[in-house]
Design a protein around this ligand. Structure first.
Ligand SMILES: [Zn+2]
Length: 309
């Protein structure tokens, strides 16, 4: 039901809202490559649809961010040219429609990474956080069954760290979701298991990831709190959830740092404008610059994951 409504909203928005129409059309001009690491792969995408302003403006903001604290809150402060919050209902483009679901609204993201990309926004302007809204987060995963619903901590990738939101995109685009089903058994280590829940880590996977698999939302939340509270408190966590085979699959990425040293490199020929969040942790690196896309190779990916994860 919700999923059908969401698809309808998407097709109506890209028909009737010029910005969405243009950006989803730009997305088709993305180029991508896949780097293989034995049993799994990492995708790299050069995505012009992510550009919110002119290239000169983007370059100026990135230059500023190189000298700021390494977290999303500092980045967001630079990125918003005035005090506006692009998720608050009274500041959104007037053409933008939404589906109201309890205290949240589902919106089409006009700066997409994926061919269908939603932002799920809390109605009030309150800071990004997960635990008090974890039930709602799981609700969206359970009712958008073709989708993965993801959460970026306020210090590691949330583009609006001051306004609570989740995002959703079709789960087939998340490598980690497929890898969980296809990787050989030796990649998995059971951390905790009982009748209703399994907490597993995936080893030798370049980045740290834990998977909570359960049909019980309360148990899921308890395990998340027990094992990852420090990362939640520090807002240094990315979470991706999808609902499969009657179970929530919750992929948890504890983070060490937001951006890798390459982002801050003084040498423009070594610099990489990437800001890893859930999408990168899932196995897809996104950049807006073609030369950065070309330079991102397997060695860079290994090095970046080792810094941020
Ligand atoms: Zn807001």
């Amino acid at each position: 039901m919700l999923q059908q409504q969401a698809y309808r909203l998407f097709y109506s928005e890209i028909e009737n809202w010029q910005l969405a129409k243009d950006k989803y059309s730009d997305l088709k001009a993305s180029v991508s490559k896949r780097l293989e690491f034995g049993d799994f792969g990492i995708d790299v995408v050069c995505n012009p649809a992510r550009i919110r302003s002119t290239m000169a403006e983007v370059q100026r903001k990135l230059e500023k961010m190189r000298h700021l604290p390494n977290n999303s809150q500092a980045a967001a402060a630079v990125d918003s040219s005035n005090d506006s919050c692009f998720l608050c209902s009274d500041r959104r483009p007037k053409e933008q429609k939404s589906i109201v679901v309890g205290d949240f609204e589902v919106l089409v993201n006009p700066y997409p990474i994926f061919p269908i990309h939603f932002t799920i926004v809390y109605k009030k302007h309150i800071p990004q956080q997960i635990l008090p809204y974890f039930d709602e987060y799981l609700y969206f995963a359970r009712n958008l069954t073709n989708f993965a619903v993801f959460f970026n901590g306020a210090n590691c990738g949330a583009s609006a760290p001051f306004h609570l939101h989740f995002q959703a995109a079709e789960k087939r685009y998340f490598n980690v979701v497929g890898d969980y089903s296809t990787l050989p058994q030796q990649y998995f280590e059971v951390v905790e298991r009982d009748d209703t829940l399994t907490l597993t880590s995936i080893r030798n996977y370049l980045r740290k990831v834990f998977v909570i698999s359960t049909s019980d939302p309360l148990r899921a939340k308890a395990v998340l709190e027990r094992h990852f509270m420090q990362y939640i408190d520090d807002n240094m966590i990315n979470i991706i959830c999808c609902y499969e085979d009657g179970q929530y699959r919750i992929f948890v990425f504890p983070r060490q740092t937001f951006r890798p040293s390459q982002f801050f490199d003084d040498n423009p020929n070594k610099r990489l404008a990437i800001s890893p969040a859930s999408v990168e942790m899932s196995g897809c690196f996104v950049t807006i610059f073609r030369e950065h896309f070309d330079r991102l190779d397997a060695n860079e990916i290994v090095d970046i994951y080792s810094q941020i994860s």
